[in-house]
Each structure stands twice: as structure tokens, then as C-alpha cells.
Ligand binder design. Structure first.
Ligand code: B12
Ligand code: SF4
Length: 487
């Protein structure tokens, strides 16, 4: 019998801590818990009544409540894998629970993850988690597809499992310990809804497409709207009113299935929900006038574009189907439709040199991009970028795979590249630009810039902490730079 199940989202390097910063600095000691893991907790609760989730993004774990569980599910992305493994060791020492890892990093890197647990479940957990609970509840061995397990001291994989098509589950956010209270208290926690999974593109550094596949799987528009309604209600408070009234639709490529995106937007418009929305999309969405108008009508305030690079050689290097000229044109058109643009950038491509940070900052300021995330190149095991770049990695200490420089780029030293990210962030989120935003930015963008100003101060602080280590690598022998990117 399985009577008690616990789900764990391990924290990153700065796990939750009660702090006044949490009111305005996102990600220092508080950040949104995983929608994916809440979804799995919701599904597991239908099988076992005593089911609960802990997220170190918003609370401490009550270990005495976890140790006597029958099954402990742990979710890891790359950046929190180190913490996940440490927690698994602790659970092993104090609990007899069956330990199960899943999530993007565990799935793409299962030979590593299985060293710390009994099972790894590959891919989406929507069907495999309830199936595992039922199987173990019957006292049977888990032999179904998607299971990685130990047999006679060896790791055995039952192979991939077809991805679930029915993903119409509304995550029950109240199943996360402490979340209901904090969601109402902090504007730095916002409603998040994931409406579709998968992407037909193939960018070399992208783990998402390898984990969720090329086929886009979608929730029904009605289900998405109901989730939005519940997510907003979960975060609503009477007094003082929330400053950040924005739902983040966290899909990676929202508009790829255009007909579906239109039906979701029409459903939001028809629902009477009056709120702000932000969504990630590719630059092509920026040429679709009808879609942009619908987004505006539905309450969307911005599109977060994975711009990534500012030169066509880098787009080609990583098989990202974009060109600089098209990205600029898309930004202009999006803004013409009254929507803002958030820019997501990657540094560390082969063409990057000293000055790349200034280049990004100047581009952002010139093109009126109102918010940015700048990260160094990611190398998630299982991606082509990892396969090509693994000989040039500085280390594989996953906890630093969260935007820090972790490789030796071709034409710039690691610490110089880290400094470039810091410079770009400081130039974009400068005090004069903060004052300008507070005086001139419209509506919600004032509050957004204010919050992001402090978020970026934290990001810079964190990146600076790595500088002495990265500088110390200067004397170390470096692997040879690869050939120039294909023309
Ligand atoms: C929303 C989001 C955030 C939110 C919330 C994160 C969260 N806790 O989920 C916030 C803003 C906090 C965030 C922050 C960051 N993020 Co983020 N984020 C996302 C995003 C866009 C959507 C997450 C989501 O809801 N996915 C949909 C659900 C359904 O998927 P899922 O959570 O993976 O869960 C499913 C499966 O993986 C599986 N599963 C998951 N857990 C488990 C556990 C078990 C036991 C089992 C069996 C199965 C299983 O089943 C679930 C349901 O099918 C993803 C991209 C993506 N598409 O996933 C990036 C992503 C996870 N983020 C990423 C990164 C890098 C970051 C940051 C480091 C960025 C930065 N530099 O600040 C930070 C790190 C934050 C921190 N310090 O903790 C990367 C991670 C790459 C990697 N290799 O780890 C991703 C994949 C984006 C990308 N394009 O590469 N992020
Ligand atoms: S378009 Fe975005 S989600 Fe799709 S493969 Fe490229 S980076 Fe990944």
C-alpha cells in the first residue's frame, strides 16, 4: 500500500529565506514553484490522499513530514540538480521511502540521476507518476516504458514512453506547502500557466525541445482559461492591491500552432478576465498582425522573444532559424501593435568578443526593449551544444549552470565574458534609466522596471561572486578553439 507521497522541488544556490527583499527582488530568496511538479502532485493526489509538495523556492522542507513517506518524487532541472542529489542522500539516510527522480535534467541525464535513487521516470510524468504509485502499491516491479531502474546492480532503461496527449490538468496550487500564504503576500510571485508543450524547431542549445519533443501538445482553450482564472484567484489579495497583475503564459513557443493560439486568445477575450499577460514566442509572431491585435485585446502586455544572438553567424552556429534583420523588424511591428518586447539573450557564441555586453545593452536601449535576461551559453547533457562543447567546459558543477559562464569561449576569456554580462545588465538597469522609467514608463511597465532593477542588482552580485574563480583560470591550459562557424 502507498499511503503517503511527497514531491520535492530542490532549491538552487540561494533557497528560500524570509527577507524583506522578497517584496521587491525576485529570485534572491524567493521564486515561483514549478508548475510541472504541481501538476504531477495534483495527479498523484487523485491516487493517494496524503500527497503534498515542498518547493525550496518558497519554503523550507519539513523533513520529519517527508521521511515517513512511502514514495518521494524529486524534480530536477540542471541548475538545481546538485541540491536534488544532496537531498536524495539525506532522504536515503533517514527514510525508507522509494526515491524517484524526474524532470528535464534527470530525464536527459538518467545515468547520473539514477545513482541517487531507485527510479528515474523519463519525459513527462503526467501518466507515469500515477502508474508508478499504483504499481508499487500493488507490490509489483515497475517495468513499463519510461522507467529507469536498478537490476542486479546494473542500470536498466525500459526506453522512452510516448508523451501524454491529454495534458488538461489544472494544477492545484494549494498542494504546495506554504504557497497559498506567500502567493498573496508577495508580488514577486505571480500567476503562471503552461498551456502547451513541445516545439518544432531544433536549436542546438535547447533542452526543452529534446525533453518535450517536436510535436506541440496543447491544452484545450477552456482548460487554459479555467487555469488562468484559478491562478489569478490564488494570487489575489484585497489589500494592498497587487502591483504586478500579470499572468505569465510559460509556453516556449506559444503561437506556433496558430489556430490553437487564436482560439486560446479568443477564449480569454470571451471569458471576461481582465488581467495582464506575458508570453514567450518566436520572432515570427511579430509579423502576424491579426494575432498581435488579438493579444492586445486579450490583455497581453509583452512578448518575450528568445532573441539570443545579435549576429547571423551565431544563429547559424546553433541552428537557430532567425536573422538579425528579421528580429529587428519583428520588434518594431510588435511595438507598433502596442505590445512591449522582452529580450532573452545568450552570450558565449564563437563570434563573441570583448564588447559583446555593450553591444547587447545598446541594442536593447535603441530598440526600446523593456526587460532582459542575459545568460551565458547553456550546456545541458543530451543537447547538441553539450556534445559539441563538452571538451571546453570549465566544470560540471550543475549549480552554476544558471546563467554563469561555464565554458572557455573561443575569443574571450571566461571572466571577461562574465564581466560582459555584468556590464550589459548595469547599463540596461542603470539608476538614470530607473528614474526615466519611473517618470515616463506607462502603467505596469513602471512597476516591472522597478522590480527588475533590484532583480538585476542581485543577478550582478551573484555573477560577481564567480569572477575571482573565473579569473584564476587564466593560467590554466585551455582546450583549442574550434574551427570558425560555417559561413
Ligand atoms: C516557468 C519557468 C521558470 C520559472 C518557474 C520555474 C519552475 N520552478 O518551474 C522561473 C521564472 C522561476 C524560472 C527561473 C529559471 N529558469 Co526556468 N523555465 C521556466 C519554463 C519556461 C517553464 C517551466 C514549466 O512550467 N514547464 C512546463 C512543465 C509541464 O514542465 P516541467 O516543469 O519540466 O515538468 C514536466 C516534466 O519535466 C516532468 N517532470 C518534472 N518534474 C518531475 C519529477 C518527477 C519525479 C517526474 C517523474 C517527472 C517530472 O513532468 C512534468 C509534467 O509533464 C521552462 C521551460 C520549459 N518549457 O519547461 C524554463 C526552464 C526550466 N528554465 C530554465 C532556466 C535556465 C532558468 C533559470 C536558471 C534562468 C535564470 N538564469 O535565471 C532560472 C532558475 C531559477 C532558480 N534560480 O531556481 C531552463 C532550464 C535548463 C536546464 N537544463 O535546467 C528551462 C528549461 C528554459 C530553457 N529554455 O532552457 N524558470
Ligand atoms: S525555438 Fe525556442 S523552444 Fe524551440 S528549439 Fe529553439 S530555443 Fe527551443
Amino acid at each position: 500500500m502507498v499511503k503517503k507521497v511527497r514531491f520535492i522541488e530542490p532549491g538552487p544556490r540561494s533557497p528560500y529565506k524570509a527577507s524583506i527583499c522578497n517584496f521587491y527582488t525576485y529570485n534572491k530568496y524567493i521564486r515561483n514553484p514549478s508548475t510541472g511538479l504541481i501538476t504531477l502532485t495534483t495527479l498523484a493526489k487523485r491516487v493517494v490522499a496524503d500527497t503534498l509538495m515542498y518547493s525550496e523556492a518558497i519554503s523550507h522542507i519539513r523533513f520529519e513530514d517527508v521521511y515517513d513517506a512511502d514514495i518521494i518524487f524529486i524534480s530536477i532541472n540542471t541548475f538545481n540538480a546538485t541540491r536534488g542529489y544532496a537531498l536524495a542522500r539525506q532522504f536515503r539516510a533517514h527514510s525508507r521511502a522509494v526515491l524517484v527522480f524526474g524532470g528535464l535534467h534527470a530525464s536527459m541525464n538518467y545515468p547520473e540521476a539514477i545513482q541517487y535513487c531507485d527510479y528515474v521516470l523519463l519525459g513527462d510524468g503526467d501518466e507515469s507518476v500515477p502508474e508508478l504509485i499504483r504499481t508499487l502499491g500493488r507490490g509489483e516491479e515497475a517495468l513499463f516504458p519510461g522507467v529507469v531502474r536498478w537490476k542486479d546492480g546494473k542500470v536498466v532503461s525500459n526506453g522512452a514512453r510516448p508523451q501524454p496527449e491529454d495534458i488538461d490538468t489544472i494544477p492545484d496550487r494549494s498542494l504546495v506547502y506554504g504557497y497559498a500564504r506567500l502567493a498573496k503576500r508577495y508580488d514577486t510571485l505571480w500567476p503562471q500557466v503552461h498551456a502547451s508543450r513541445g516545439c518544432p524547431h531544433n536549436c542546438d542549445y535547447c533542452a526543452v525541445v529534446r525533453h518535450f519533443g517536436h510535436k506541440i501538445r496543447k491544452r484545450s482553450p477552456e482548460n487554459v482559461v479555467e487555469d488562468i482564472r484559478q491562478a489569478i484567484a490564488f494570487h489575489r489579495r484585497r489589500f494592498p492591491p497587487r502591483l504586478s497583475n500579470c499572468v505569465w503564459i510559460t509556453d516556449d513557443n506559444f503561437a506556433h500552432d496558430r489556430a490553437w493560439a487564436v482560439s486560446v486568445l479568443r477564449a480569454i477575450i470571451g471569458s471576461g478576465i481582465r488581467y495582464h499577460f506575458s508570453v514567450q514566442a518566436r520572432y515570427e509572431t511579430g509579423f502576424d498582425d491579426e494575432l498581435l491585435d488579438l493579444m492586445r485585446q486579450a490583455g497581453f502586455i509583452e512578448l518575450a522573444l528568445g532573441i539570443e544572438f545579435l549576429d547571423d553567424a551565431s544563429f547559424r552556429e546553433f541552428h537557430k532559424k532567425s536573422t538579425y534583420a528579421e528580429v529587428v523588424r519583428a520588434i518594431e511591428n510588435i511595438q507598433k501593435h502596442g505590445l512591449g518586447v522582452r529580450g532573452l539573450f545568450i552570450v558565449g557564441a564563437e563570434t563573441d568578443r570583448v564588447g559583446v555586453g555593450d553591444k547587447i545593452a545598446d541594442f536593447v536601449i535603441k530598440n526600446h526593449i523593456h526587460g532582459v535576461l542575459i545568460q551565458s551559453m547553456f550546456f545541458t547533457p543530451g543537447t547538441p551544444a553539450y556534445e559539441q562543447g563538452k571538451g571546453r567546459l570549465i566544470h560540471q558543477d550543475w549549480q552554476y549552470y544558471d546563467g554563469n559562464v561555464v565554458h572557455y569561449p573561443a575569443h574571450i576569456k571566461p571572466h571577461e565574458l562574465q564581466q560582459e554580462i555584468i556590464n550589459a545588465s548595469a547599463k540596461i538597469y542603470s539608476v538614470p534609466r530607473l528614474i526615466h522609467a519611473l517618470l515616463h514608463a506607462k502603467g505596469i511597465f513602471k512597476g516591472l522596471f522597478f522590480g527588475e532593477f533590484f532583480w538585476h542588482r542581485y543577478i550582478r552580485q551573484d555573477l560577481r561572486r564567480q569572477l575571482p574563480y573565473l579569473r584564476s583560470l587564466d593560467g590554466a591550459p585551455q582546450p583549442p578553439p574550434p574551427a570558425d562557424p560555417a559561413p
